[in-house]
Design a protein around this ligand. Structure first.
Ligand code: ATP
Ligand code: MG
Ligand code: MG
Ligand code: MG
Length: 453
């Protein structure tokens, strides 16, 4: 089944069951607490919080989502990308668990025709009701697993509605890893669909303080994920949503490292969608997210041995592929081309200068946090690229020391003490090669860079 049919099958199914089809919101999140839209429910948050009452109680959407938190997973897992499409059905104080589970099961097994014996269900450890409903639908007990708060309980990151969730996973078979169900981490069981049952209310301290008067539903099914299964391909990059872009990268590069090819394809796609929604590269906020995606794509294209510009051709391929489903891409085609061309030209200069310094530092084994910081501060050479290069050479950079230098830099520029060499430079003398956690460093960096450097 092609992605076009995946989208329409889902939306038609819920439209036929009384759901209003609401357009995707922009990737520039309508929720001020969030930089970029990361789920279908974002645009409905005021309804769940009871701040606004919609004139419909059931909705279904195809939502553009961005998750830069998954940046490091791209090309490393079969299932993560930084931009994807999420299908969802929503109830605002209308139907609840029973309809949600029954419809999900009907759609996934009949509408999409997935074999029942390949499907696994996870439920929240206390949610007896959900387990009972799944059993009633014919799911055998041995393929229902109970998981704790971290996996199967959802809340908004603020006081308000929250509740247990239940997820549908697909068993891709022993070729993809050990058995044991989705409770076992790995690539064999592919999470497809998350059903959230909003029934509780929590306070600021994550204490559940009562029941939600209008119990609600929020679900999210990844189009790209379902396409992996329905198109019987090894990973998300081989679905019809990404393969033509990956092939374009491969042609430009003439082959090369698989992870780099995938990173370039993913980032080009995400960048095109972000620009179409009005994001422009800059030093902070969303603009920084975009800049980082663009620069990471360029860096990996260089690693693949391509020295000329790649992004204009690649983002063009994204518009060719997705412009019918997402007309805003077509409208923004000239803008996208202009933005990525300018960014790639500017970054090519940065890379030439920065890479020389970085490569020498790596060769001479003196890649200290100070070197990483100077690269960032003086040449605009992104820290995550330094980290990538260090990792490729089997080295690590002390991210805490780097973050301290960055924080100190910000303090100094705020207080006007900008003369070089003056004032404390914490961490500048620390040893270079200590343990490094990429995810933690990225999270920390995002926090620091969000409000500008
Ligand atoms: P995972 O555990 O695989 O990282 P998740 O639990 O973070 O997924 P949810 O927040 O439950 O994902 O989002 C709902 C659905 O959106 C997922 O079940 C999946 O189909 C899809 N999805 C989530 N993250 C991604 C991603 N990075 N790339 C593609 N699809 C995604
Ligand atoms: Mg995730
Ligand atoms: Mg999950
Ligand atoms: Mg999930």
């Amino acid at each position: 089944m092609r992605s076009t049919q995946i989208r329409s099958t889902f939306l038609d199914f819920f439209t036929a069951r009384g759901h209003r089809q609401v357009p995707s919101s922009s990737l520039v999140s309508p929720d001020p607490e969030l930089l970029l839209t990361n789920a279908g429910m974002n645009q409905f948050k005021p309804y769940y919080l009871g701040r606004t009452t919609p004139d419909f109680r059931r909705a279904t959407t195809l939502q553009k989502c961005a998750r830069t938190g998954d940046l490091d997973n791209v090309g490393r897992t079969a299932r993560h990308v930084t931009f994807f499409e999420m299908l969802g059905n929503f109830s605002f104080g209308d139907y609840f668990k029973e309809e949600t589970t029954a419809w999900a099961w009907e759609l996934i097994t009949e509408g999409f025709g997935l074999p029942r014996d390949r499907l696994w269900i996870t439920v929240y450890e206390d949610d007896d009701e959900a387990e009972r409903l799944w059993r009633r639908l014919g799911v055998p007990g041995e393929r229902i697993q109970r998981l704790g708060k971290a996996d199967n309980y959802w809340s908004m990151g603020m006081a308000g509605p929250c509740g247990p969730s239940s997820e549908i996973h697909y068993d891709r078979g022993p070729a993809y890893g050990p058995g044991g169900g989705p409770a076992v981490d790995g690539e064999r069981y592919l999470e497809l669909w998350n059903l959230v049952f909003m029934q509780d209310v929590r306070d600021e301290d994550f204490r559940i303080v009562g029941e939600l008067p209008a119990r609600s539903i929020d679900t999210g099914l990844g189009v790209d994920r379902l396409a992996i299964v329905l198109q019987d391909v090894p990973d998300i990059f081989h679905t019809d949503l990404l393969l033509p872009i990956l092939e374009t990268v491969r042609e430009l590069a003439g082959g090369g490292d698989d992870t780099s090819l995938k990173i370039v394809a993913d980032h080009a796609r995400a960048a095109a969608f972000l620009i179409a929604d009005g994001v422009l590269p800059s030093g902070d906020g969303r603009g920084y997210v975009l800049r980082r995606l663009l620069r990471r794509a360029i860096r990996h294209a260089r690693l693949l041995g391509v020295d000329e510009a790649v992004l204009p051709a690649l983002t063009g391929a994204v518009v060719d592929l997705h412009g019918t489903t997402w007309p805003e891409l077509e409208t923004a085609r000239p803008l996208i081309e202009k933005v990525v061309t300018a960014e790639e030209e500017g970054f090519a200069r940065t890379l030439r200068q920065g890479s020389r310094i970085l490569d020498t530092a790596i060769r001479e084994r003196r890649l200290s946090p100070k070197v990483a910081f100077d690269l960032h501060d003086t040449y605009g050479f992104p820290f995550d690229l330094t980290v990538d290069a260090a990792r490729a050479a089997g080295l690590t950079v002390d991210e805490d020391a780097f973050a301290a230098l960055l924080a100190e830099r910000r303090r100094r520029s705020r207080s006007g003490r900008t003369e070089p060499g003056r004032g404390p430079r914490p961490g500048s003398g620390t040893t270079a090669f200590v343990g490094y956690d990429a995810t933690r460093a990225e999270a920390r960096l995002r926090t620091i860079l969000r409000d500008g450097v």
